[in-house]
Every structure is written in C-alpha cells, then in structure tokens.
Design a binder for this molecule. Structure first.
Ligand code: ADP
Ligand code: MG
Length: 590
C-alpha cells in the first residue's frame, strides 16, 4: 500500500517550527512537510516529493517568486520562442548558483542542492516556468540527516536561508546583465526566424558563414576552440543572404530542397557538417558556433541499426522477396539486419511525416546505399531483396516531396541523381556539381536503375495499446531513462542509442512519460502513430511538459514528436495493425 500524504500548507515560520519539531526523528517524518510554504514578498517554497531516505534519489522542490520581486519585463517572454529562451537562460543561471551553494550537511545526499543539467541547445525546460505572475524554479535537494535521523536545524538553514538566497541570485532580473539575457533570447529568435525563412525560400538548411561546426570531442558537444577550428565559408554558387531581426544581414550556404550529396576525402569534415545539420533542428546558445546553422524541423537522421526490432512496418519500397517468403509489407522482426533496419528507419520517418532525410555513409549499410553494375551482373535482381537507396532517392523527392542530404565519399553512383554535389576539402566547402555531372556523363552508367516506376506504399500503423503496457503486476509503473541511451519502460528497455537527434537526457525522460501518457489516454487501437503524434504535439503546445505530471520533474525537456515516435517504434513489445494502406505522405513540420 502506498501511503497518501495530506499536503501541508503554512508560512515559513510554520515550516521552521515543524522542522524543529521533527528534528532527530526518523527520516520519513519529512513527508509531513510535503506541501506549500509561503514566505513574505510573494515567495513560496513547495515540497513536492520527499525522498525515502538520505541515500535515495533527492527530493523535488519548487521555489516561486512573484514578478513584483523577480521583475522580468514582459517583452522577454512575450512570445513562445522568447519564453522558451528566457526559461532556458534562467535554468542555466539557477543550476550554476545551486552548484555554489550545495554543501554536505550529513549523511547520503544531505545538503545537496541541484538544478537541471543543460546542454548546448536552447530548449523548453520544465526546470523554469515564467509567466506574468511569477517565476518558478524546480530542482532537487537532499534533505539533511544524521545517519537516518532528521537534521531539522540544517534543513531549516537550507530551506529558509540558502534556497531563498539562491532564488534572489538567480531568479531576479536585477541580477543579470540585461544585454546578456537579451543575447540569449535574440539568438533563439534569429534561429527561429531563419528556420521559417527556409520554408519561404524552398531551402532545407542554412549554414551561416563563420559558423564553427566541429565539437570539442566525440563526447563533448561544446565547440572546438576557435584557434583550432576552421570557420565555415559558403561556396559562392550556394551563398545566399538573409535578413534577421537581430543579427541583421547574414550570408551563408543555403541548401535547397532536392537531393544533396556531400563528398570529399576521409577526415575532411563531411560527417561534421552532417552532424551540424542534424542538430540544426534545435536552436543553440550564444557561443556554440552553430547559432545560425539551421535545418528544417522535419529533418530525420537515418542510419542502419542492426538488431533493432520492427513491428509491422511496410518496407516493400526497399525490400522484397526475402528468403522463406517473409512478408515485407508488414515486416516484423526481433533482429533487423543493417539494410532492413535502415529501410525501416526511413519508412517510419515517412510515416511520422519527416520530409528531410539525413544519411551518412559512416552509419549506413553499404548494400542499402549502392549496388553497382558488376554486382547487378553477378547477382540478378530477382535474387537481391534490396532496392538500393540510390534508385529511390529521386522518387522520394519527386513523388513525396521528401528531400535528402547524404554523405557519400565512397561511390560516385549518386552523381547521376543528385541535384547538387558539394565537396569538403580541408574543411572547406566547394560546389562541385558541374564537375560531378560531367564525370557522370563521361562514364555513363552501365548499371540499370532498379527503382521501378513508383516509390511504393507507405505504412500507416495503429499501435495496439495492450502491447505497450509497462505495469508489472500491481506495482507502480517504472519508467526511467538512462541518459539518452535508453528508456526503461516497465519490463522493456527501449534502445535509443541510434536515435541521434535526442540531445539531452531530459528529453528521453520526458519521452518515457509521454509514451505512458499517450498509452493510457489516447490509444484505443484506432489511432495511427501519426495521429497520436499530432495530438501529442497539440498537448505540449498547450500545456508544456506539465501535461505529463504537474508539476513536471525538473529535468524534463521538450522533445520532438519524431523522437517520441522513434522511441515507440523501438519498444520491443510493440505490436501494430495496419491502417488504410492508401495513405499519402503528409509533412507534419511545415
Ligand atoms: P569525414 O566524415 O570527412 O571523414 P569528419 O567530419 O569525421 O570527417 O572530421 C574529421 C575530423 O576533423 C574530426 O576530428 C573533426 O572534429 C575535425 N573537423 C571537422 N571539421 C572541422 C573544421 N571545420 N575545423 C577543424 N576541424 C574539423
Ligand atoms: Mg565521416
């Protein structure tokens, strides 16, 4: 049986008295303090969740300060983009100040004060809420104990001295350099403006001149120091100008819709460019180097993902005639191969409404990408289940309006079908389209196209609700992310290590919650994945992350519904039924 706690309410003096009263008692007595505690000057401390013991995951609290004291001018949060950027800015400031204040105050996590972790992107964060009435920070604390006994005096100091002081240092406008806040917000607003410009101009991505694309290391997303990095410089043929509200006129490389192939020698920066593009669906903080590297919101990185499970995806546009007559119009497997997993990832992305695919040869299955003339002669089409991507990529664009940007340094077979070919040479970009086309003419393809007349069927699946029940007997549902690598969803472990556009742990956490939310509320075995995505998008636009639990946990971060669908699709227990197969592709991101 779970005990229900009546929530307490009172003044800070009441809280102080209560803490003195429970000093020295067993740790669970802290639970009596769950509730709202009001201070003077429009300040409230909420204890939302109290940890089970000093060594358990820390307690969740909120501190709310009225705008009369916080004093943020309303123009800093007057539209959703600004509000998200201001919240992101304050989440960073709050976490920084917490780091200075937290101190050991006894056993286990006693004395810990911790804000949410943040990365390089400006994201909607549950950690801070701002509106015209108040600013609220959500964070974790370790309630102090000696052994397993409550340290009431220490707790009083922490809750009623330290935390209000932290709030005064991190939640008041007067504490900040106004220009510094503005720059954060303006940077987000410019990036958002640039992303809107993509659609208006028929582009899918823009990389500003001067951008710093390489990162510090494979495990450090901060920019490579400017002294080492070669700044981006656009080739004249693709150079375009854009006027932005704050940065003014900027120039850079505009990549139009269609098929774009990135070539170049090994280690010359191809994957680095593609990675910058895949993260260009997010806005980045000032100083990141990718502030004006922006990609269409419906971009999906596609890769091979050997071993993943697949639940009823129609992969017949790419894969047919598998051994043992395994059907590919509703393909099921517990263990996909490189090529079938990559075909699945594309078909799922299309089902979800993605309209820009990003592929890198480094993470692709060779036999999915190319099949040359010699191989066609040796292995007849009838004995090769795979139709290579090179024969489908134009149909994707011409029939479905889905563009592709792909890195392919190892084969010239894409020269014929590319709209443009850009080369990286010592980290500098060159437009080599004309040369590539001339070469394609000179060495005419002997290979026959295998793509057929049409792209083929798209899948539209309805998830079977019962197949994703995370509950285990009568115990509480356990949903928990492990970084961005995986989500534990009840008995299942969802592997997200190949879902490359998840950038923060808090996104994976929130996706886990959203899976369960959608399952319990909307899955009635009649709505398709795409329809569920639309509802989820609307819900989050209306209510933010508080939709999944109010208040949302401090670490939750807004995610794209594309990644939500990607997580659903990787749930090994997932079962689906096919909806009307005559679906047409519809972008959800324009
Ligand atoms: P490729 O995919 O062409 O083999 P990568 O993109 O993996 O090459 O880049 C190779 C190395 O060069 C990486 O260590 C990367 O950090 C570094 N690098 C990439 N772009 C730049 C740049 N503009 N300036 C300096 N170093 C870079
Ligand atoms: Mg590479």
């Amino acid at each position: 049986m779970r005990r229900e706690w009546r929530t307490a309410e009172g003044s800070w003096e009441d809280l102080a008295r209560a803490l003195r009263r429970i000093d020295g008692r067993g740790y669970p007595a802290y639970k009596d303090l769950v509730g709202a505690w009001h201070g003077d000057a429009d300040r409230t401390l909420f204890l939302d969740h109290v940890q089970g013991d000093p060594f358990a995951a820390p307690s969740r609290v909120r501190f709310r300060m009225g705008q009369r004291r916080a004093g943020f001018p309303s123009e800093l949060y007057s539209n959703p983009v600004r509000a998200v950027a201001l919240r992101d800015y304050l989440a960073r400031a709050f976490a920084r100040v917490c780091d200075e204040f937290g101190s050991r105050r006894g056993s286990g996590k006693s004395g810990l004060i911790q804000g949410a972790l943040v990365g390089q992107a400006i994201l909607e964060r549950a950690a801070i809420v701002v509106d015209s009435g108040f600013v609220e920070a959500r964070f974790w604390i370790g309630l102090p104990a000696r052994g397993r006994r409550i340290s009431g005096v220490q707790a009083e100091q922490m809750l009623l001295d330290d935390i209000p002081r932290i709030a005064d240092l991190a939640l008041r406008y007067a504490c900040f350099e106004p220009d510094h806040i503005r720059r954060h917000i303006d940077t987000a607003e410019d990036a958002e403006h640039l992303r809107a410009e993509l659609d208006a101009q028929g582009w899918v991505a823009f990389v500003a001149d001067g951008a710093i694309l390489p990162r510090r290391s494979g495990i450090d997303e901060r920019p490579m120091p400017r002294s080492e990095a070669i700044a981006f410089s656009s080739p004249p043929s693709l150079r375009r100008e854009v006027d932005l509200p704050h940065a003014g006129r900027v120039t850079g490389m505009a990549i139009p819709t269609g098929v774009t192939v990135i070539v170049g020698g090994g280690f010359h920066g191809k994957s680095t460019l593609l990675q910058a593009l895949q993260h260009g669906v997010y806005n980045h903080v000032p100083g990141d180097g990718r502030e004006l590297v922006v990609t269409h919101a419906g971009a999906m990185k596609i890769r091979a993902e050997e071993g993943r499970s697949v639940a009823g995806v129609d992969i017949s546009p790419f894969i047919n005639n598998l051994p043992l007559e395994r059907p590919t119009t509703a393909f099921y497997t517990e263990n996909a191969s490189g090529s079938t997993s990559q075909a699945t990832n594309i078909m799922e992305a299309l089902e979800a409404g993605a309209d820009l695919l990003l592929l890198d040869e480094d993470t692709s299955a060779t036999n999915f990408m190319i099949r040359d003339h010699r191989m066609q002669e040796l292995i007849a089409k009838a004995r090769e289940p795979i139709t290579p991507f090179v024969d489908k990529v134009r149909q994707l664009y011409e029939e479905l309006g889905v563009s592709t940007i792909l890195v392919m340094g190892g084969s010239g077979d894409y020269f014929d079908i590319a709209d443009r070919v850009i080369a990286l040479d010592n980290y500098c970009v060159e437009d080599v389209t004309l040369r590539a086309k001339a070469i394609a003419l000179k060495h005419r393809q002997e290979r026959a196209s295998e793509g057929g007349a049409r792209f083929g069927r798209l899948s539209a699946r309805i998830p079977v609700a019962a197949s994703l029940d995370p509950s285990h007997g009568r115990r509480a549902v356990k949903i928990r992310a492990h970084g961005t690598r995986s989500i534990q969803f009840g008995q299942d472990e969802i592997d997200l290590s190949s879902v490359e556009q998840l950038v923060e742990d808090g996104q994976a956490d929130a996706i886990g919650q959203a899976l369960n939310y959608v399952r319990t509320r909307w899955m009635r075995d009649e709505r398709t994945i795409a329809e569920l995505m639309d509802e989820l998008q609307n819900l989050m636009d209306r209510e933010g992350l508080d939709a999944f639990a109010c208040p949302a946990h401090p670490n939750w971060v807004r995610f794209r519904t594309l990644e939500w669908a990607a997580a659903l699709n990787r749930l090994r227990s997932l079962n689906t039924v096919s909806a009307d197969p005559r679906v047409v592709h519809r972008s959800r991101f324009r």
